[in-house]
Design a binder for this molecule. Structure first.
Ligand code: BGC
Length: 396
């Protein structure tokens, strides 16, 4: 059941509504549904710069907060199967902590999400050298990627969907990339529990682009439960194996018969420690890009995550060719996030719709090239629902 359907039940079937959420909620939700968008302050950075946030919330109990630092999702509250909302993403309570402990929580990652080997790539015969920030490789845009800059808020609009558009202009040469890149990150939420995130970019010189969202999800929401019991489905028959530095070898390997076969819903924890597979050892678990099935350029279901304990379900739709699945292997209990909670390995999973890692150096991978006059677009839709609602005692 999605939350939109649940809302209709609330509006038109009083008994069912009472079963789902109680009479008070019924009264609240009798009118036309609406989605609200509000701007609010989100604290200051150590250098005094103010960070703002936009909160989108709907009558189905979903609330998402996006801040101008990194155009990042700072909080995402989703009801469980009993209607109790909980925050399903990792992050911090104040903006400065995001700069002190860069883990890309909820962030917009770019210009190039994921890794570029040794920070080098060649375009039209010219070799470019990017900032290296990950064992000699370039990761998520370099030392000061899109996650660490302040974005502007271009527009905020209530209605269904409610939208917030953020923008950032990356100067020519930033982190070594050619071209002035104008980027927008749009977030929209509707009544049917769909959160849509869309990145667009244009350039004044030929360049490379790969932008994604880096939210760390735990659908059990602050209960302390790990995501290893979440059931994951990834619609991909192949993935891109990596070397020890997590750079793809160029091969597209069949998932069949390996711990990477998620074509049927499978608990993440079942094979995350399967050291017989060298790829699991290299990734310290899952840290791999899946080559999504289906037609490139058509929006299709890339992944579905279900948490059996809370009943929350998240589906991700995208047109992107790849999906990076990272099982939070580098969360090592050295940082405390929202509410002082320490984050440990397996506390969250990241699913990033994107191009393949190191695409600029791999001729057989879909191209990351963007030329003047063209627009780069990467859209991802997160659809939230629950399995069947819990019945109150005595109701059969
Ligand atoms: C990468 C990981 C990296 C993490 C950083 C993920 O997208 O795949 O290797 O450690 O981002 O937060």
């Amino acid at each position: 059941m999605n939350f939109g359907e649940r809302n209709m039940l609330r509006g038109f079937r009083p008994l069912a509504a009472a079963w789902l959420g109680g009479a008070a909620l019924l009264l609240l939700n009798m009118g036309a549904t609406a989605v609200d968008a509000k701007r609010e302050p989100f604290g200051a950075l150590a250098d005094g710069r103010q960070v703002e946030a936009v909160v989108l919330s709907n009558n189905a109990g979903i609330r998402v907060k996006i801040m101008t630092l990194g155009a990042a999702i700072q909080a995402l509250s989703i009801p469980d199967r009993s209607g109790h909302a909980g925050d399903v993403v990792l992050g911090f309570d104040s903006p400065q902590e995001y700069l002190q402990n860069p883990s890309y929580f909820g962030a917009t990652v770019g210009r190039f999400a994921n890794r570029i080997a040794k920070g080098h790539f060649t375009l039209d015969g010219k070799t470019y050298t990017l900032a290296t920030n990950d064992h000699g490789n370039h990761l998520h845009g370099g030392l000061k990627g899109f996650d660490k800059v302040l974005w502007s808020i271009d527009s905020v609009k209530s209605g269904s969907p409610a939208t917030a558009v953020f923008s950032y202009t990356s100067p020519d040469g930033e982190e070594g990339y050619p071209g002035t890149l104008r980027v927008t990150a749009s977030y929209s939420l509707n009544d049917a529990a769909v959160l849509r995130v869309e990145f667009r970019a244009t350039t004044d010189k030929s360049t490379i682009v790969n932008i994604s969202n880096h939210s760390y999800f735990n659908l059990s929401a602050e209960t302390g439960a790990s995501v290893l019991s979440h059931l994951l489905q990834v619609n991909a028959a192949k993935y891109t194996p990596v070397d020890v530095g997590l750079i793809p070898t160029g091969e597209l390997r069949a998932v069949e018969g390996t711990p990477f076969d998620f074509r049927k819903p499978t608990a993440i924890g079942l094979r995350v420690r399967d050291g017989h597979d060298q790829q699991i050892r290299y990734g310290r678990g899952y840290d791999h890009n899946f080559a999504l099935d289906g037609t490139l350029g058509e929006s299709r279901l890339a992944a579905r995550v279900a948490d059996p304990s809370s009943g929350r379900i998240m589906e991700i739709f995208t047109k992107a060719p790849g999906l990076q699945f990272y099982s939070g292997n580098f969360l090592d209990a050295t940082i405390a996030g929202k509410g002082g909670r320490v984050y440990r390995e397996g506390d969250a999973l990241v699913l990033e719709p994107q191009l393949f890692p190191d695409a600029p150096n791999q001729k057989t991978f879909p191209s990351a090239r963007l030329d003047p006059g063209n627009t780069y677009v990467n859209t991802m839709e997160y659809r939230f629902s629950t399995d069947k609602p819990a019945r109150p005692a005595g109701v059969k």
